[in-house]
Design a protein. Structure first.
Length: 103
C-alpha cells in the first residue's frame, strides 16, 4: 500500500516537473485542491448544460445529415439527461473533495 502512495506522489511530482512548476508541501496540496475545485465546477456546468439542452449534441453530430424537420428520440433525450444528472453528482463529489482538501 505504501508503494501505491509513492507511485501516485511520483506521478504528481512528474506532472509538476513537466509543467515546469515546482511546488512543495502545502503548496502542492493547495494546487491540487484548486485543481479539484475547478474540475468539479466544470463537470457540474457540463451536467447542467446536458440537462437544459439535451438535443444540442444530436443537432451537431446527426441533425445536419437529415433533410427536413427531424429530432432525436425520447430515449436519446432521456439518456443525455441521465448523464447530465450523473455528471452533476460526480462534479459535486469532486468539488467537495477539493474544498475538504483545502482545510
Amino acid at each position: 500500500m505504501v508503494t501505491v502512495g509513492a507511485n501516485v506522489l511520483h506521478l504528481r511530482v512528474t506532472f509538476l516537473k513537466v509543467s515546469r512548476i515546482y511546488y512543495k508541501g502545502d503548496d502542492l496540496k493547495l494546487f491540487f485542491a484548486v485543481f479539484l475545485i475547478i474540475l468539479g465546477l466544470l463537470i457540474i456546468a457540463l451536467g447542467i448544460f446536458a440537462i437544459s439542452k439535451p438535443t444540442f449534441g444530436w443537432s451537431l453530430s446527426e441533425g445536419w445529415k437529415v433533410k427536413g424537420d427531424s429530432e432525436p428520440s425520447d430515449a436519446y433525450i432521456g439518456s443525455i439527461k441521465f448523464g447530465g444528472a450523473v455528471s452533476i453528482m460526480l462534479g459535486s463529489l469532486i468539488l467537495i473533495g477539493g474544498i475538504l482538501n483545502t482545510l
